[in-house]
Design a protein around this ligand. Structure first.
Ligand code: GLN
Ligand code: ZN
Length: 761
C-alpha cells in the first residue's frame, strides 16, 4: 500500500516565503532573492516527504500567491487591463493581477470553499484568448526531478477552474463559463504533453467543486472534459482529487465513470457518506486515494480508527489499489510542531501539524504492507487515551450547562421595536445616530506597549496607564467629532479572537502555527482543546473605565461565539455546535457583567458567521440554526433597555437574511462599501423586522478619504429604501489598519454628512 500527500503549505515553517515576498514587493530585495527562498522551500519540502517515505509527492502546490492565479497564468487568461502582451508571464503581470499596481486595482479575491484561504477569481468572457503562458508546473516537476524526487504534478482541474471563475464585466448575466471548456482543454493538453515528456508518470487534477451541489449540466462538463483529455493521458496515471466534503451520489457516479482516470481521491474525514458510497461500489482496477488524515485541523490522527477504515477499504479495492492520503491539501493546517516551544508536552502529544501528518500517512501505509511501526502506534494510542481522559479537556459543569440549553429557544422576551423604544427613552439619540465598529488605529507605539507587557518588560501599572491614555485619547477624539455612540478603540487587543481565547479556559496558543489566508497574509488560529469556560470578566475593566470618561453611551465590545469558533482550530472529539454553545455561555456571562457595570450598549461581533455556512445546501439549515441560537444565548438575558449590536463584515448574506433577522439583535452594522444593490433587498427585509441597521457608509480598506457630499449621497440612497428611524451611520468595519491622518477627516465628514441629512428630514 502506498502513501500520498494532496498538497503542502508554501509559507515555510517560519513564514520564510511571507518575508521574502514582502521584502521583494517593498523593493528591498531582488527577484532572484525571492526565487532562491522559494526554491529552497520547495526543495526542503520534497526532501522531507521523500525522507519520510511518501510514494506520491506533489509538485506545483507551491505558489508565489495562489494556485488558481497560477492556473490563470498557465492559461494566459490575463484580464486586458493589466496590459500584458503575451509571452511567459513574469512577476510584474502576476503580482499586478494579485495585488494591483499604481494604476490598476487587483483582481477580486474570494474564499476557497469553506476555508480561510482566499483565491484570485479568474475573470473570463467570450473574448479571452487562451495561450500556454506559464510553464511553472513543468519547471517545478523538473526541478524536483533534478533533486532526485519524482513528483506528481498537481493542476487545478479544468472544470473546477471554470466553475470557480466569474464572467468578465459586461457579460455577467449572459455568459456561460463552461462554454470555455473547449478553449482551455488544448492548453491543458500541451501541459500534459510536456509533463509526460519530462518524465511524469502521474498527474493530479484537483476538482474539489465535485463536492458541491452541481446540476446535471455541470456534471456533464466533467464527463466531457476528461473524455476530451483521454487521448493525451495514454501512458500516464491520472488522479482526480476531491476534498472538503462528501461527494454527492450523482457526482460520485460521474466521477467513477470518467474516462482515462486511474485514481480518485476522497476526503474521508468530512466525507463519511462518501465512505458508504465507496463500500457500495468502486470501479475495479482504479486506485482509491483514501484521505484519512485531516488536512483542516491540527489534531494527531487516531491511527487505530484510520486503520480500521483502511482495512475495510482494502476489502473493497484490494491492497495494491489503496493509497493512504490526506483529506485535502495540508495548506490549511499549521506547518511544523517542532517549532512550538511554548506548548507543554501533553498538549503537544495530541497534535500533528503538516510535517507530522506526513509521518502519520506514511506510518498507516506501512502497516498494510506488513511493516507496522509498533512504537509509533503505541505512542499514538497513549496520546489518544490521554486526550480522552484528561481533566484539562473535560469540565463537567460546563458540559452540564451546555447540555441544559438543548430544546430551548433563548430569545429576549419582547419584540425589537418595543426594545428600541425603551432604549431610545433612555439614550435619547438623534435620528441617523453615528457610531464606529470598534477599533481605532493601532499605532507602532501601542503594539510595542502590548509586546513589552507580554514580555514582562513593563509592569502592569505602566501597561494600564498607557492603555488608559490611549482610550482617553480615542474618547476625546470621538467627542470632538461629535459621534453619538462611542467605542474605547480596542487598544488592548491584538486580535479579536485571540484576545478572548487567551482569557478563556480550554484554549491554547501556538508560536508558529500560521496558516496562509491570502498572498503573504497568514493567520494563527487558537486551538480549542477543552471545554470552554470564563474564569473571570474579560472586558469589563476597560469598558467601564472608558464609560467613566464620557457621558455618552460607550459600547461594550465582544467577539461572538460563532466567530470565535470559526476562526479557531476546533476540537474534533465533540460536534462543533457543542463547542459553540460552550463559548456562547462564556460570552453570556461577560454580557451580563458588562450590563451590571453600567454599559448600556453592547456589540457582539459575528464577523465570521457567514463564512461558516457549509458547502452543501442540505447542511445549511442545521448550521444556521445552532449558530444563530448561540448568538441569542449570549444576550437573551439582558434588560430591554440594554441595546445589543452585532457587526458582520461579509456583505453577501442575501441568502441567509432570515437567519440574520433571527439573531434578534437591536442594531446590525454591516459592510456595504461598494453600495451593493443586492443588499437593498436585505434592507427591505430589515424594514419589516424593525431593527436598527448600519450599512457602512465608507470603505475602511482603502486609505481614500470620502467627502461629506459623497457620504451624504450614500446615506440618501439608503434612506430611499430604509425608514429614517432605523438607519445608523457608521464606517464599514473597524479602523485598526488605518492611520489617524485618514480616520480623523473621514469620520469628521461622516458626522457632517449625518448632520446635513438630519436637517433635511
Ligand atoms: N470590533 C472589531 C473591530 O472594530 C470588528 C472587526 C471585524 O469585524 N473584523 O476591529
Ligand atoms: Zn467587520
Amino acid at each position: 500500500m502506498a502513501s500520498h500527500i494532496v498538497g503542502y503549505p508554501r509559507m515555510g515553517p517560519k513564514r520564510e516565503l511571507k518575508f521574502a515576498l514582502e521584502s521583494f514587493w517593498d523593493g528591498k530585495s531582488s527577484a532572484e532573492d525571492l526565487q532562491k527562498v522559494a526554491a529552497d522551500l520547495r526543495s526542503s519540502i520534497w526532501k522531507q516527504m521523500a525522507n519520510a517515505g511518501i510514494d506520491y509527492i506533489p509538485s506545483n502546490t507551491f505558489s508565489y500567491y495562489d494556485q488558481v492565479l497560477d492556473t490563470t497564468a498557465m492559461l494566459g487568461a490575463v484580464p486586458p487591463r493589466y496590459g500584458w502582451t503575451g509571452g511567459e508571464i513574469g512577476f510584474d503581470t502576476y503580482f499586478s493581477m494579485a495585488r494591483g499596481n499604481a494604476s490598476v486595482p487587483a483582481m477580486e479575491m474570494t474564499k476557497w470553499f469553506d476555508t480561510n484561504y482566499h483565491y484570485i477569481v479568474p475573470e473570463l468572457g467570450p473574448e479571452v484568448k487562451f495561450s500556454y503562458s506559464s510553464h511553472k508546473a513543468v519547471e517545478e516537476y523538473k526541478e524536483a526531478k533534478a533533486l532526485g524526487v519524482n513528483t506528481v504534478p498537481v493542476l487545478v482541474g479544468p472544470v473546477s477552474y471554470l466553475l470557480l471563475s466569474k464572467p468578465a464585466k459586461g457579460v455577467e448575466k449572459t455568459f456561460s463559463l463552461l462554454s470555455l471548456l473547449g478553449s482551455i482543454l488544448p492548453i491543458y493538453k500541451e501541459v500534459i504533453a510536456e509533463l509526460k515528456a519530462a518524465g511524469a508518470t502521474w498527474i493530479q487534477f484537483d476538482e474539489p467543486t465535485l463536492v458541491k451541489d452541481l446540476d446535471s449540466h455541470q456534471l456533464e462538463a466533467f464527463t466531457h472534459a476528461y473524455s476530451e483529455l483521454e487521448s493525451s493521458f495514454s501512458g500516464l496515471n491520472v488522479l482526480i482529487e476531491t476534498y472538503f466534503a462528501d461527494v454527492p451520489a450523482d457526482a460520485y457516479k460521474t466521477l467513477t465513470s470518467l474516462k482515462g482516470v486511474t485514481g480518485i481521491g476522497f476526503d474521508l474525514v468530512r466525507g463519511t457518506k462518501t465512505l458508504d458510497l465507496i463500500k457500495g461500489g468502486f470501479p475495479s482496477g482504479k486506485y482509491l486515494f483514501a484521505g484519512v488524515v485531516d488536512g483542516r485541523n491540527i489534531w494527531a490522527n487516531d491511527l487505530a480508527t484510520s486503520l480500521a477504515t483502511l482495512e475495510a477499504l482494502e476489502g473493497v479495492v484490494g491492497k495494491d489499489k489503496l493509497v493512504v492520503s490526506t483529506s485535502c491539501s495540508l495548506l490549511h493546517t499549521a506547518v511544523d510542531l517542532v517549532n512550538e516551544t511554548k506548548l507543554d508536552q501533553e498538549l503537544k502529544s495530541w497534535l500533528a501539524f503538516a510535517a507530522q501528518k506526513i509521518v502519520e500517512v506514511n506510518a498507516l501505509s506501512k502497516v498494510l504492507s506488513g511493516q507496522k511501526d509498533e512504537a509509533f502506534f503505541s505512542d499514538n494510542a497513549a496520546a489518544q487515551a490521554s486526550r480522552k481522559s484528561s481533566p484539562r479537556v473535560t469540565n463537567e459543569d460546563v458540559q452540564k450547562a451546555a447540555a441544559a440549553l438543548k430544546g430551548s429557544d433563548h430569545r429576549r422576551a419582547t419584540t425589537v421595536s418595543a426594545r428600541l423604544d425603551a432604549q431610545q427613552k433612555k439614550m435619547n439619540l438623534p435620528i441617523l445616530p453615528t457610531t464606529t465598529i470598534g477599533s481605532f488605529p493601532q499605532t507602532m507605539d501601542l503594539r510595542r506597549v502590548r509586546r513589552e507587557y507580554k514580555a514582562k518588560k513593563i509592569s502592569e501599572e505602566e501597561y494600564v496607564k498607557a492603555i488608559k491614555e490611549e482610550i482617553n485619547k480615542v474618547v476625546k477624539l470621538q467627542e470632538e467629532l461629535d459621534i453619538d455612540v462611542l467605542v474605547h478603540g480596542e487598544p488592548e487587543r491584538n486580535d479579536m479572537v485571540e484576545y478572548f481565547g487567551e482569557q478563556l479556559s480550554g484554549f491554547a496558543f501556538t508560536v508558529n502555527g500560521w496558516v496562509q489566508s491570502y498572498g503573504s497574509r497568514c493567520v494563527k488560529p487558537p486551538i480549542i482543546y477543552g471545554d470552554v469556560s470564563r474564569p473571570k470578566a474579560m472586558t469589563v475593566f476597560w469598558s467601564s473605565m472608558a464609560q467613566c470618561m464620557t457621558s455618552r453611551p460607550m459600547k461594550g465590545m465582544l467577539t461572538g461565539p460563532v466567530t470565535i469558533l470559526n476562526w479557531s482550530f476546533v476540537r474534533d472529539d465533540q460536534p462543533r455546535h457543542e463547542t459553540c454553545y460552550q463559548i456562547a455561555l462564556a460570552i453570556k456571562d461577560e454580557v451580563e457583567d458588562l450590563e451590571r457595570a453600567g454599559i448600556t450598549v453592547i456589540q457582539i461581533d459575528e464577523a465570521a458567521l457567514r463564512e461558516g455556512v457549509p458547502l452543501r445546501k442540505s447542511e445549511e439549515a442545521f448550521y444556521l440554526d445552532w449558530a444563530v441560537h448561540s448568538f441569542r444565548i449570549t444576550n437573551c438575558g439582558v434588560l430591554d433597555t440594554t441595546q445589543i449590536h452585532t457587526h458582520m463584515c461579509y456583505s453577501n448574506f442575501n441568502d441567509i437574511i432570515h437567519s440574520i433577522i433571527d439573531m434578534d439583535a437591536d442594531v446590525i452594522t454591516i459592510e456595504n462599501s461598494r453600495s451593493d444593490e443586492k443588499l437593498l433587498s436585505v434592507f427591505r427585509e430589515g424594514v419589516k423586522y424593525g431593527a436598527g441597521i448600519g450599512p457602512g457608509v465608507y470603505d475602511i480598506h482603502s486609505p481614500r478619504i470620502p467627502s461629506t457630499e459623497e457620504i451624504a449621497d450614500r446615506i440618501s440612497k439608503m434612506l430611499a429604501v430604509l425608514e429614517t428611524n432605523i438607519l445608523w451611520v457608521n464606517p464599514d468595519c473597524g479602523l485598526k489598519t488605518r492611520k489617524y491622518a485618514e480616520v480623523k477627516p473621514a469620520l469628521s465628514n461622516m458626522v457632517a454628512a449625518a448632520k446635513l441629512l438630519r436637517t433635511q428630514l
